[in-house]
Design a protein around this ligand. Sequence first.
Ligand code: URA
Length: 267
Amino acid sequence: MDTDLTFHADLAALAWQLELGADLAVGETPVNRYEAVAVGTPAAPPLAAARPAAVAPAPVAGPDSTAAVRAATQAAAQAPSLEALRGALAAFEHCELKRGAKSLVFADGLPGAQVMVVGEAPGRDEDLAGRPFVGRAGQLLDRMFAAIGLSRTAMDPALALYITNVMVWRPPQNRDPTPEEVAMLLPFLQRHIALAGPKVIVVMGNTPLSALLGIRGITRLRGQWAEALGKPVLPMVHPAYLLRTPAAKREAWADLLSLKAHLRTRS
Ligand code: URA
């Protein structure tokens, strides 16, 4: 990292510490928490090891949605590039959410970034902007990742983020997407991940956790590395949850350090 980048990364890490409520410097010498995680902290039992299959079974779907899943699988498989995949989604007429949404919210950040973040669904701000995670939760997400030196505006894949959601259209009143809606868009998400080619996937919240790993219980499973589509997956709580539950920020910081350590040891 050059000096300027180090300065900004340090500043972001400090901002995150303030976010956690730190208001006092303690101790004469700094403690390297990255190393503390890599060496000292016992690793959580790997989620993947505790479970038989890496990739989720698609959620249950009725006869109509079975046809929709088939159409989605075919359309996604035929997309040779991210641009083509966006076009395939724009042409996909099986998802009712599309009719109520202003925008198709596809992705933001750098395709090819080492880290791909998968959130739940666009909210009002994202629907208006046409980009994922731009509201309050998105701003917190940016501060969180900036604290470990990652950003959606970085041009270096090692420092960049690529961000998408399970759902590309906003559900009305920000309700949770139904299992049928998730199943319908899952082939597009799987193809999206294959085309973006991240080294690591961070799933934020229950919707992407259940879409990619077939399980729910994000507050219990956060921080436990798993595997989906042949890639390491780190489950984290959603930033909107952190806005409502500031006490959970401490664990989110531990998860960010675990991600940082993972990237360091495997690059
Ligand atoms: N929450 C999400 O999961 N995704 C967004 O894009 C915005 C809020």
